[in-house]
Design a protein around this ligand. Structure first.
Ligand code: UD1
Length: 422
């Protein structure tokens, strides 16, 4: 397993081009299953999760071809409706084939998902929503088996669906099922994340009739079929946020390019509270700092609240700042696994239920640490960038799932990160 070796205490300066969003690319790739025409996608990041998604789509019979700046999908010859355990266990978002397969082909068999070990992460809301649209669903031998063959023309029907909890992939799965269903579907308490909106906009280009994207009530009028389209995947908010925190922590200045500041408000707000200076332009954000930061209090919440995927990065910032900061994690019950690793670097953190209390002002020291999930790993990288001496981060396959060219991008900004191949 590869490792990262990071020598800390360097100010980071320069420009970084932010990649396309993993969490927008994954559902949009799956949307290719909804049409027999070509779907052309631009700005997809090169990541392990993207490779896994392409592998999964190929297993189902989708023809995937890469060109210089785009990836083309053709799902005219889908001949398999099984998403196998071997692929799904490595990437929870594989569950996103369920809605499209069921909507277009009337059947799907998907292994119950695995993914990051950050909580129990059930899929009951996905299943309940599809059942409300008429699907018959059974769980057999660890697989979700879904069918709509008993319905008129084998088509799902529209339904009024209230989702008990805001779920991002749940909203995306039901949205993709509803675009080809017979009649009108309303998704209440829907996720408002920009990545859901990006998927919805791609579906609209394919001919879907969707209203209310970006609000908590999405209305979908099903159409008989969808056509081909070309779509540019939105920028990665979490990657951008991670570089912005790096600028603030290292006392440097980083400009993130290819971003939309209006989609980053909760993160920018917390950086301002910490004392960093921010300049925004239409497509860029510059973060700089030349003084000790203040610890900030954070409560994670669905969009437009503060994203759980930025929690570990701000935990790293708090360990290195003046004062005491509290971080309350409301989305996933097991998302403080980076705490014990940060403690090994000298961080002072107590946990009470779902709140971490971080006493800042302590000098962090390099140590051997282990990445435990994707965003926790990003928190460790940030801590290592300001720590005294060398930090070795083990199990970085988690980082490779979600950060494109991480060490290359950081090194261009002045960091000293080496990958140890094993
Ligand atoms: C997505 C993101 C992930 C992010 C998370 C929250 C992708 C590929 N992943 O994950 O990076 O951290 O949103 O912003 O987009 N829940 C249920 N039942 C369900 C579904 C969810 O109880 O059927 C719960 C979960 O356990 C969790 C909460 O709802 O407590 C939110 O999870 P959800 O939004 O579904 O996360 P993901 O879509 O898996």
């Amino acid at each position: 397993m590869d490792k990262l070796l990071i020598n800390g205490q360097r100010k980071l300066r320069g420009h970084v081009k932010i990649s396309g969003a993993k969490n927008a690319a994954l559902p949009i790739f799956m949307a290719s299953l909804l049409s027999s025409d070509k779907l052309e996608l631009i700005n997809a990041p090169e990541l392990q999760d993207i490779k896994t998604t392409i592998k999964l789509l190929k297993v189902l019979g989708v023809v995937v071809s890469k060109k210089e700046t785009s990836i083309n999908f053709n799902a005219s010859k889908v001949n398999n409706f099984d998403a196998p355990y071997e692929l799904v266990k490595t990437m929870r978002a594989s569950i996103l084939v369920l809605g499209p397969l069921l909507a277009r082909f009337g059947k799907a068999r998907v292994s119950m998902p695995g993914g990051c070990a950050i909580g129990s992460r059930p899929v009951d809301i996905h299943i309940k929503g599809l059942e409300a649209m008429g699907a018959k669903i059974a769980i057999n031998h660890g697989y979700i088996e879904a069918s709509s063959s008993h319905l008129p023309n084998g088509r799902l029907h529209g339904a009024k669906i209230f989702m008990d909890q805001v779920t991002v992939t749940g909203t995306e799965n039901l949205l993709m099922a509803a675009v080809l269903a017979d009649g009108v579907t309303t998704l209440d308490n829907a996720a408002r994340e920009p990545e859901v909106v990006d998927l919805g906009e791609c579906l609209q280009k394919m001919g879907a009739n969707i209203q209310g994207l970006g609000s908590d009530k999405i209305t979908i009028k099903g159409v008989p079929s969808l056509q081909g389209a070309s779509h540019k995947i939105m920028f990665d908010r979490i990657e951008a946020g991670t570089y912005m925190v790096a600028a603030a922590m290292t006392g440097g200045e980083i400009t993130c390019q290819n971003v939309d500041p209006s989609k980053m408000e909760s993160i920018l707000q917390k950086l301002l509270e910490s004392g960093a200076e921010i300049t925004t332009k239409k497509n860029s954000i510059t973060v700089r700092s030349n003084k000790k930061l203040n610890a900030v209090n954070i409560t994670t919440a669905p969009y437009p609240g503060f994203p759980t995927d930025m929690q570990a990065q701000f935990m790293a910032l708090n360990t290195f700042s003046n004062g005491v900061g509290e971080i309350t994690e409301n989305i996933f019950e097991n998302r403080f696994m980076h705490v014990q690793e940060l403690r090994r670097m000298g961080a002072l953190i107590d946990i009470k239920h779902n709140t971490a209390i971080i006493r800042g002002g302590n000098l962090l020291e390099g140590a051997k640490v282990m990445a435990t999930d994707l965003r926790a790993s990003a928190g460790l990288v940030l801590a290592a960038l300001v720590a005294k001496g060398d930090t070795q981060i083990d199990r970085i396959y988690h980082l490779d799932r979600g950060y494109e060219k991480l060490e290359e991008k950081f090194n261009q900004l002045g960091a000293n990160i080496k990958r140890i191949y094993e």
